[in-house]
Design a protein around this ligand. Structure first.
Ligand SMILES: Cc1cc2nc3c(=O)[nH]c(=O)nc-3n(C[C@H](O)[C@H](O)[C@H](O)COP(=O)(O)OP(=O)(O)OC[C@H]3O[C@@H](n4cnc5c(N)ncnc54)[C@H](O)[C@@H]3O)c2cc1C
Length: 484
C-alpha cells in the first residue's frame, strides 16, 4: 500500500487549500471526498455567496489565486463601497463605509488587496481543485472516510472496505467530521438557540416581504433576491435537530410568524437548515491526526466567518506540517498550529454568540440591540466592528511594493522571506543559511521599517527593532536543508 505524506478527509475549500499548500512544499497528498459530485445548488449564487475577509483575500493573492476568481470581479459587492453604503453588519445592524476610520490601519498600503469581497463556493472550490491537481494532489471522490487508526509512525484511514495509509491525516470533513469523532477529539461548546433556513421559493404575494435583512421581534429574514431567503427562527434549534424534511407548509408557517405577514409560498425549490450551535475541538491535534476548518469549529454563519477561519487554519498548518514532514521543523513548530489558531476560533465563536444574544426575541435583547445600533453609528464603533468583521490584523506583512512587485506576488513559491530594504550583508547571509528567500530593492513606502522576516503564511516573525533576529526566527525556521 502506498504511504502518502498526508491524507486529507474532505475536498471542501479548507481541505483543498491545505492540499495546495502541502503540495507546493513537495509533499504527496491524497484527498478523500465523500461526495461523488462536487456540484450543488447550495454552492452556487446566491446561496453559495461567501464573504471573504482581508486575511483570506491576502492568502489567495499570495498564491496567485485571487486573479482566477471571476465572481468577485463580476458581482458587485451588495454592500457597495461608497461612504453611505453598507460595509457589512453585526447582528443585522449595518455599519457604513463612511463611518470607518481606515487611518487607524496605516499598514494597509495603497497596494493592499481589498478588506472584503464576495466569492462563490462553487468557483472557489473549482479554482482550488484545478490548482491542487496541477500540483499533483490525488483527489478521490465518492470515498467517505469511515474510520481511522494511528500508531507512532502512520495513520490508517478506512473508507468502507478500502484502506489508505498516510504519515499524517488532517480532518477537513466539515461540521459533522468523521475524523473528529473517530480520531478521539472532544468537541465542546454551546447548544443552538435557533434553526436557520436557506430556501428558494416562489411567492403568490411577494410584495408582502421586504428585500434585504429584516430583524423582527420574532427572528430574522434576509431576502437577497426575490424568493431567495435566509430565515432565523428562535426555536432552540429544535426543528433542525429533529431532522424532519423541510416542507412548503412548514417554511410558510415559520415565515408568516417571523415576518408577521400573510405571505403565501406557491412553490418550494431548495431548502436546507442550519443552527447557531457553537462548538470547537478542545485540541486540534491528537498524535498524527489534525483538524482544520468546520471539522475543528462550528458556529452560526452570522457575520460570515467560518470559511475565513478555515482558510486561515489551512494557511497556518500547511507550511508547518510540510516542514515537519521534511524534517527541518524547529521543535514545537507543529504544536504552534493549535496554539495560534485555537484562540482565534474562540474569538469567532464568541463573535457569533454575541450576535445571537442581541437578536433573541424579548425586551432584554432588544434593549441591547438598540444600544449596539447607536454605537455602530459612531466612528470608533464602526471602525471596531469593521476591523473584526474584515479580520484586520497588524501581524500580517503589509503588501510592500519592492521594485514594483508586491510582497504577495513574491510569495507565490510558499517560502518564508526576509525583506531587507537596506541590503544588509549580514541579513543576506542569515537568509541563505535558512530556507528563507532574501529580497531587497527599492520601496516607495516602507512604513518606517528597514527589515522584516515573513513566514510562508504571511505572518511577520520579526521586524527590525524587535530584538535579535536569530532568536525571533528560531521557533519558525531551522538552518536550511534545502537552499533557497
Ligand atoms: C448559509 C451559510 C452562509 C455562510 N456564509 C459564510 C460567509 O459569508 N463567510 C464565511 O467565511 N463563511 C460562511 N459560511 C461558513 C462556510 O461555508 C464554512 O465555514 C466552510 O464551508 C467550511 O469549509 P470546510 O472545507 O471546512 O468544510 P465544508 O465546506 O463543509 O467541506 C467539507 C467537505 O468534506 C466532505 N466530507 C464530509 N464527510 C466526509 C467524510 N466522512 N469523508 C470524506 N469527505 C467528507 C464534504 O462532502 C465536503 O466536501 C456560511 C455557511 C452557511 C451555512
Amino acid at each position: 500500500m502506498k504511504t502518502y505524506d498526508i491524507i486529507i478527509s474532505g475536498a471542501g475549500p479548507v481541505g483543498l487549500f491545505l492540499a495546495c499548500e502541502l503540495a507546493l512544499a513537495d509533499c504527496s497528498v491524497l484527498i478523500l471526498e465523500k461526495a461523488e459530485d462536487p456540484h450543488s445548488p447550495l454552492k452556487q449564487m446566491p446561496f453559495g455567496i461567501r464573504g471573504l475577509n482581508a486575511p483570506s483575500i491576502e492568502a489567495l493573492d499570495r498564491r496567485g489565486l485571487l486573479d482566477q476568481l471571476e465572481v468577485p470581479k463580476r458581482v458587485k459587492n451588495p454592500f457597495g463601497h461608497v461612504g453611505s453604503a453598507q460595509a457589512g453588519h453585526f447582528a443585522g445592524i449595518p455599519f457604513l463605509y463612511g463611518d470607518i476610520d481606515t487611518a487607524q490601519w496605516p499598514h494597509r498600503l495603497p497596494s493592499s488587496t481589498p478588506t472584503n469581497m464576495i466569492s462563490e463556493m462553487a468557483e472557489t472550490e473549482a479554482v482550488l481543485t484545478r490548482r491542487a491537481q496541477a500540483l499533483g494532489v490525488e483527489i478521490r471522490r465518492g470515498v467517505g472516510v469511515t474510520g481511522v487508526e494511528q500508531d507512532d509512525a502512520s495513520v490508517t484511514v478506512k473508507a468502507g472496505y478500502s484502506s489508505f495509509q498516510g504519515l499524517w491525516l488532517v480532518g477537513c470533513d466539515g461540521a459533522r467530521s468523521v475524523v473528529r469523532k473517530e480520531g478521539g477529539f472532544e468537541f465542546a461548546g454551546t447548544e443552538p438557540e435557533f434553526t436557520g433556513y436557506t430556501v428558494k421559493v416562489d411567492f403568490a404575494n411577494p410584495e408582502l416581504l421586504n428585500s434585504g435583512r429584516n430583524v423582527t421581534p420574532r427572528g430574522m429574514y434576509f431576502q437577497t433576491q426575490p424568493g431567495y431567503l435566509a430565515i432565523q427562527d428562535f426555536d432552540g434549534g429544535a426543528f433542525h435537530q429533529r431532522g424532519e424534511a423541510v416542507t412548503l407548509a412548514h417554511v410558510q408557517s415559520v415565515l408568516r410568524r417571523i415576518s408577521a405577514t400573510d405571505i403565501t409560498i406557491s412553490a418550494l425549490h431548495v431548502a436546507t437548515t442550519w443552527t447557531d450551535r457553537a462548538r470547537q475541538a478542545t485540541s486540534y491535534r491528537n498524535g498524527r491526526i489534525l483538524l482544520a476548518g468546520d471539522a475543528a469549529h462550528i458556529h452560526s454563519p452570522l457575520g460570515g466567518q467560518g470559511l475565513n477561519l478555515g482558510l486561515g487554519d489551512a494557511m497556518n498548518l500547511g507550511w508547518k506540517l510540510a516542514a515537519t514532514i521534511r524534517g527541518d521543523a524547529p521543535d514545537g513548530l507543529l504544536d504552534s498550529y493549535e496554539a495560534e489558531r485555537h484562540p482565534l476560533g474562540v474569538r469567532v465563536l464568541d463573535w457569533s454568540r454575541a450576535q445571537v444574544a442581541i437578536m433573541r426575541p424579548g425586551p432584554e435583547a432588544s434593549a441591547l440591540h438598540a444600544i449596539f445600533r447607536d454605537l455602530i453609528k459612531t466612528r470608533d464603533g464602526a471602525t471596531y466592528i469593521a476591523g473584526r468583521v474584515w479580520g484586520i490584523t497588524t501581524n500580517s506583512v503589509p503588501n510592500f511594493e519592492i521594485d514594483g512587485v508586491t510582497v504577495q506576488a513574491l510569495m507565490r513559491d510558499g517560502l518564508g522571506m526576509l525583506l531587507d530594504f537596506d541590503a544588509d550583508p549580514a541579513l543576506r547571509s542569515w537568509a541563505t543559511s535558512h530556507a528563507v528567500k532574501y529580497v531587497t530593492g527599492s520601496v516607495p513606502d516602507r512604513l518606517g521599517y528597514s527589515a522584516l522576516l515573513v513566514r510562508p503564511d504571511g505572518v511577520i516573525a520579526w521586524r527590525d527593532g524587535d530584538g535579535d533576529l536569530a532568536q525571533a526566527a528560531a521557533p519558525w525556521f531551522n538552518v536550511a536543508r534545502r537552499a533557497s
